[in-house]
Design a protein around this ligand. Structure first.
Ligand code: NAD
Length: 316
């Protein structure tokens, strides 16, 4: 299959490089100049696995304005939520109504933006349960062993077609362990809920997921946030993939067993003085709560705290 990854950051590179290694044709489109220039100059991207085995993987990388191909089967969007609107505008000259789009960005907001450019039956979205770090321009670390992590995905229409199954087959071949569901919002919201607890609290306290789970009051903190998020989801009419108890168990498992040493990606943005995606995670739950006359007070409070931390760092 032919893929174009739009947003060749940590996750875009992981998906693109592994799909390329699985035998697909992959191009990358990105706008961060030091990164694009470095990849062009060195003829690819240096890939590490858990800080080891650094090697150069040749990639075809383009700025949005110089990319002209229109015969791609799937466009994969991987960037921070607040970067998407500008990127869509800059890339629209190579969009057409045959292309499918896949995205596994965190938070919510991206799907509505994609629907401004693509038909609902072409949109596939999901969640990526794997950690990747962009160490700097032209350098990426695929955290975990080959085959680590998994992903959930669903068609916006909740009706998988032939192309969806072809896409899932390639994701499987590339070792992403995909799980295709027919519950679009439930699939996406599951990760929003997880991130609204672990990413946000680990970022605020600059701790790993394991350090969070180690705190004896962690369950109580998680429970309050999970309950509020589920109260919102109920009012939205979303059937969640997990019960509240299963969500609590999943938070515990990921924090203590799967990724105890990991700092979430929101922490990485905060410590690099980049804006975080909190408005699309906790802030999204607050906004949806307001729409359905429910106050997600704790999520609102945490959203403010993250913005306070961002503001404080910018002043220092
Ligand atoms: P990223 O920050 O690595 O890259 C996103 C975009 O930002 C790319 O276009 C990249 O070139 C650009 N960029 C990176 N550093 C920059 C800098 N210092 N200045 C300007 N531009 C810069 O983002 P990501 O980690 O690939 O995340 C993409 C999406 O996937 C997000 O929604 C994220 O929450 C989600 N996600 C990330 C992970 C992870 O472990 N990284 C896991 C699951 C989901």
């Amino acid at each position: 299959m032919k893929f174009t990854v739009v947003g060749a950051g940590a996750m875009g590179l992981r998906y693109g490089v592994l799909l390329q290694e699985a035998g697909n044709e992959v191009d990358f489109v990105d706008a961060w100049q030091p990164h694009v220039d470095k990849m062009k100059a060195q003829g690819g991207v240096y890939v590490n696995r858990d800080h080891q085995g650094r090697h150069l993987v040749p990639v075809h990388v383009y700025y949005p304005e110089e990319y002209q191909k229109q015969d791609q089967d799937v466009l994969i969007f991987f960037m921070k939520q607040m970067q998407l609107a500008d990127m869509l505008k800059r890339c629209q000259h190579f969009f057409n109504d045959k292309q499918y789009v896949l995205t596994c960005m965190n938070g919510m907001g991206h799907v509505d933006q994609l629907l401004n450019y693509f038909k609902p039956e072409k949109v596939v979205a999901g969640t990526a349960l794997v950690a990747t770090i962009l160490d700097g321009p032209g350098e990426v670390d695929f955290v975990g062993k080959p085959g680590a992590g998994s992903m959930n995905l669903a068609n916006y229409t909740e009706q998988p077609d032939e192309m969806t199954h072809k896409l899932v087959a390639q994701l499987k071949k590339a070792n992403f362990n995909p799980n295709l569901t027919t519950n679009f919002m439930g699939t996406l919201l599951a990760k929003v809920v997880f991130n609204s607890v672990v990413n946000t609290l680990c970022t605020l306290f600059e701790i790993t997921m394991g350090e969070y789970a180690d705190y004896q009051g962690a369950d109580s903190l998680s429970r309050q946030l999970v309950d509020e998020a589920y109260d919102v989801a109920e009012r939205m009419g979303v059937t969640m993939l997990n019960t509240r108890e299963e969500e609590m168990a999943s938070i515990n498992y990921v924090s203590t067993v799967a990724n105890p040493l990991h700092y979430p990606s929101m922490y990485q943005d905060m410590t690099k003085n980049r804006p975080t995606e909190v408005d699309y995670i906790n802030g999204y739950l607050v906004k949806m709560g307001q729409k359905y006359h429910y106050e997600a007070k704790t999520h609102a409070f945490l959203t403010h705290l993250v913005h306070l931390a961002e503001h404080t760092r910018q002043q220092s």
